[in-house]
Design a protein around this ligand. Sequence first.
Ligand code: PMP
Length: 363
Amino acid sequence: QTPSLQVTPQPGIMEIALYEAGSATLSGRSDVLKLSSNENPFGPSEKAREAVAHAAQAMHRYPSTDHARLRAAIGEVHGLDPDRIICGVGSDEIIHFLCQCYAGPGTEVLFTEHGFSMYRISALAAGATPVEAPERERTTDIDALIAATTPATRLVFVANPNNPTGTMIETAELERLALAVPQAVLVIDAAYAEYVSADFDGGAELATRLPNVVMTRTFSKIYGLGGLRVGWGYGPRPIIDVLNRIRGPFNLSNVALEGAEAAVLDRAHVDHARAENARMRDWLAGALTRHGVPSDPSHANFILARFADEETAAACDAALREDGIIVRRVGGYGLPECLRITVGDEAACRRVAQVVGRFMAAR
Ligand code: PMP
């Protein structure tokens, strides 16, 4: 007789709901427009593609363990000390390192009501208690976060701009939060920072000056390299030193390292993606508003389209799918009446506006 399973997972693990990524396909269609994962419609830099092909030649070799070249390139572009940078398998891995190192049983990890799902997953994986603070009209509320902190709070995650709301708060507000929670690390998740403006620093200056602030960034969004899985964190040396202790020595592949290095150095590609995103984001938000679907001003590469209720959002989602367009339902983020729509290229935005317009006219 086969013995039965006698091992059980650590407390907290079974509270984690399996992550549901935006799907990429619709059965029976080849003309699918995927606007569910905030990917760059222009893809990666040509230079990154070439670097990836080149790096793949050496796939029998282990990659760099210290990521020195990638950190130097990031440091040069952003004017940051490379010794205060850590690279990971997407910024997801940096979030994971932070929870593993600073949270655990008996501690709390704080984030906002509509915050990114990985914060809860990583907090529970570390055995910590996830705590949600309310937002104000889909915008981060610093007073609510401060009110929700306790002596057990070890980490506070704030995405700026936030996903899935697209809204932003002032850097001065983040500083106020950091100073109010000296017993915790404030993590400023700046995954969408490049979309804000060319000179927005994503919280780098705060992470340079304050002892308890870490900024995380990603190559998955404006760099168009979601499939390579590269992200990075920047913060005080003692914190980066702690995170490096649990980082696998070969966490990033040759291909990922070289692709990301070429990508960060290609500023023209980033500038083009930022400008086109801003242009089409404004156009799409305006078009949807005229069709009776408002959204908050977005600073990222997506729009949170708001419908009268959950049923209308679901029906519009179905109408979009009928037309081969995949967007993101965000009920899991506490926003069942909304659809998160990635800003695609001009043709994609026109296609979305047309379907939503037709749907709303028929209501
Ligand atoms: N933070 C935020 C706010 C995000 O939206 C995402 C991606 N959805 C991430 C972090 C993680 O991105 P990655 O692991 O691809 O770097």
